[in-house]
Design a protein around this ligand. Structure first.
Ligand code: SF4
Length: 312
């Protein structure tokens, strides 16, 4: 067996920052930390912080008044920020700056009187947060049928935005369809699908042709991980999205298979290495890491946290 290990894979700059932020919060404030939703969509990461005493909540009302509340990497709507202010919570915003960029674009387009078509998955934390910035101005589309159903006037003042973790190819098809119906539609000044999503997808698209089976490390609720699995499947390979080696079934492979391993932006390297070791031990696999692009993006810790570090 041969393992093809995709690079780039796993943690992106936004996830790194959010996790470092929460680690620092735990170090500074102990176990009195609440996080609005999962800090990132990964089971391993959430379980690790839960063991350290961090509480993940779905409602701001579940956080005791005056406590510390961290916003996850996916961002939140203004309504959630207001609820946190009403409860006098000390908030630390670990929203990825690339998600904040989409929020800012939504606010700007709404102020300028545009109707915004947001391409994204209904109910995803990021989409809920972005839509909350201008609910009256944003219409969500997820499929070509949704685009067909849009009822704006042919000359309506329109702009589109996208979730950061979509399939580049699928989003491209929806954008083309939108432009066909509404040629005047404004594009965001800079691509909303983020560099990490794009790079991981390109790596999988490039390397899948050399593989018999594809393993994607990531959780089921991780949008960008799901897209990686879909890309491999669309190229005709069996692909499995797993949280760790414990979910592997031996009959997925044979001894002479090439197995491509990648990881979504929220999956830690430790689970990747667990799978690599499992395949090495069970199938005597050899390892080849293939770099398709270098990444050097980093984000600073949230401003509020840096100020607290200074005053501590
Ligand atoms: Fe930010 Fe992209 Fe990572 Fe999401 S996947 S946290 S948008 S860098």
């Amino acid at each position: 067996m041969k393992i093809l290990l995709a690079n780039p894979r796993g943690f992106c700059a936004g996830v790194n920052m959010a996790i470092q932020c929460l680690e620092e919060c735990v170090r500074m404030f102990g176990d009195n930390i609440h996080v609005y939703h999962e800090i990132v969509h990964n089971k391993y990461v959430v379980e690790r912080f839960t063991k350290l005493g961090v509480r993940f909540v779905d409602e701001v009302s579940d956080v005791p008044e005056g406590a510390i509340l961290v916003y996850s990497a996916h961002g939140v709507s203004p309504a959630i920020r207001q609820q946190a202010r009403d409860r006098k919570l000390q908030t630390i915003d670990a929203t990825c700056p690339l998600v904040t960029k989409v929020h800012m674009e939504a606010i700007r387009y709404a102020r300028q009187g545009y109707n915004i078509v947001l391409i994204g998955h209904e109910g995803h934390d990021e989409v809920v947060g972005t839509m909350g910035e201008a609910p009256e101005s944003i219409t969500l589309v997820d499929t070509p049928e949704d685009v067909e159903k849009l009822s704006f006037a042919p000359d309506a003042k329109l702009a589109y935005l996208t979730q950061t973790t979509l399939s580049v190819e699928e989003a491209g098809r929806l954008i083309a369809k939108l432009k066909e119906r509404y040629p005047q539609i404004e594009s965001p000044p800079k691509e909303d699908i983020c560099y990490a999503t794009t790079n991981r997808q390109h790596a999988v698209a490039q390397l899948t042709e050399r593989a018999d089976v594809v393993l994607v490390l990531g959780s089921q609720n991780s949008s960008n991980s799901q897209r990686l699995k879909e890309i491999a499947k669309s190229l005709g390979r069996p692909a499995y999205l797993i949280d760790g080696a414990g979910e592997i079934q031996e009959d997925w492979f044979t001894e002479d298979n090439n197995v491509l391993i990648t990881a979504g932006a929220s999956a830690p390297e430790v689970v990747v290495q667990e799978v690599v070791n499992y395949l090495k031990t069970t199938f005597n696999a050899e390892l080849e890491e293939v770099v398709t692009r270098e990444e050097h993006v980093t984000f600073p810790l949230p401003k509020e946290l840096r100020q607290l570090q200074l005053s501590n």
